[in-house]
Design a protein around this ligand. Structure first.
Ligand SMILES: C[S@@+](CC[C@H](N)C(=O)[O-])C[C@H]1O[C@@H](n2cnc3c(N)ncnc32)[C@H](O)[C@@H]1O
Length: 266
């Protein structure tokens, strides 16, 4: 085994790439429409310029922050120092995926949004911009120095509809859910382990409605994540899922038959 290379992940990537559905034979009108309006590359959108400029700045920022590591059950077991630039490379989603989230939120006019795992807030910024003044984004981050940096980033971008809740997912998710009452869109991007991922899914379920959407990050990262993703897909309330390899989209629309799709984004 070559250190640093996750062979299972690579194998799944190749399998995904080769078995992804061809768009010209995509038989579901719902997913076909979703692909064309949100997943396919859209024309250049200048609304993203300030976030991308911020990303560039953060990539050159050597400020050191304390990053906490959260283990199973969200108990804090270690902490290390990371520069802001390292955190951008390690944590932030690619702009291509963040822009897909943006178009999904716009398409379904989602306003009650939860993110688990803020890091520096680059995805939060996309979620916030997508929902606009009418919406609210609650994003949970356990590492306080990183949470503060994220809040500063959102302030710099003038995004007032997003708030960082500092604390563990276990402690803060119930608060976020109680505050929002219902959840239209949730993005789970932290504590990528089997049991915690399923726990977040089950905690979110009572707050969802027919048109809600969940997005799980890194569904192929480990055996545990793949097991969690498989169980989520098989859950009786879940109808359509769209596997984009890097993230999995989950829908609960009762008017759809249960079907799983694999689509390529890159
Ligand atoms: C992958 S990063 C999030 C990246 C961010 N969503 C983005 O796209 O830019 C995951 C973040 O979740 C936080 N985190 C992980 N597990 C956590 C837990 N159990 N409670 C609170 N925060 C947690 C980490 O500190 C880290 O900043």
């Amino acid at each position: 085994m070559i250190p640093g290379i996750n062979f299972t992940y690579c194998r799944h990537f190749i399998r995904h790439y080769l078995s992804a559905t061809r768009i010209d034979v995509l038989h579901s009108p719902f997913v076909f429409n979703l692909y064309n309006s949100c997943i396919k590359r859209q024309p250049t959108n200048h609304a993203f310029n300030d976030i991308e400029l911020l990303r560039k700045r953060l990539k050159a920022d050597c400020t050191v922050l304390l990053q906490k590591d959260f283990g199973a059950g969200s108990s804090l077991f270690s902490a290390k120092k990371r520069s802001v630039r390292e955190l951008v490379y390690l944590h932030a989603k690619q702009a291509r995926l963040q822009q897909i989230f943006y178009y999904l939120i716009r398409k379904f006019k989602y306003t009650r949004i939860v993110e688990l795992g803020t890091s520096l807030g680059l995805t939060t910024a996309y979620l916030s911009k997508a929902t606009g003044e009418a919406g609210s984004v609650l994003s949970v981050e356990g590492a306080d120095e990183i949470a503060t940096a994220a809040q500063n980033n959102l302030n710099r971008l003038g995004l007032t509809n997003a708030r960082i809740l500092t604390g563990t997912f276990d402690n803060m998710l119930p608060q976020a859910l109680a505050e929002l009452g219902k959840v239209d869109f949730a993005y789970v991007d932290g504590n990528h382990q089997y049991q915690p991922t399923l726990n977040y899914f089950h905690q979110l379920l009572p707050y969802l409605h027919n048109n809600s959407m969940l997005i799980f990050d890194d569904i192929y990262w480990s055996k545990g994540m793949l097991k969690a993703w498989t169980e989520i897909k098989n859950h009786p309330d879940v109808t359509v899922t769209v596997d984009l390899f890097y993230v999995g989209l989950v829908f609960f629309r009762r008017e759809q038959v249960k079907e799983h799709f694999r689509l390529r984004v890159f």
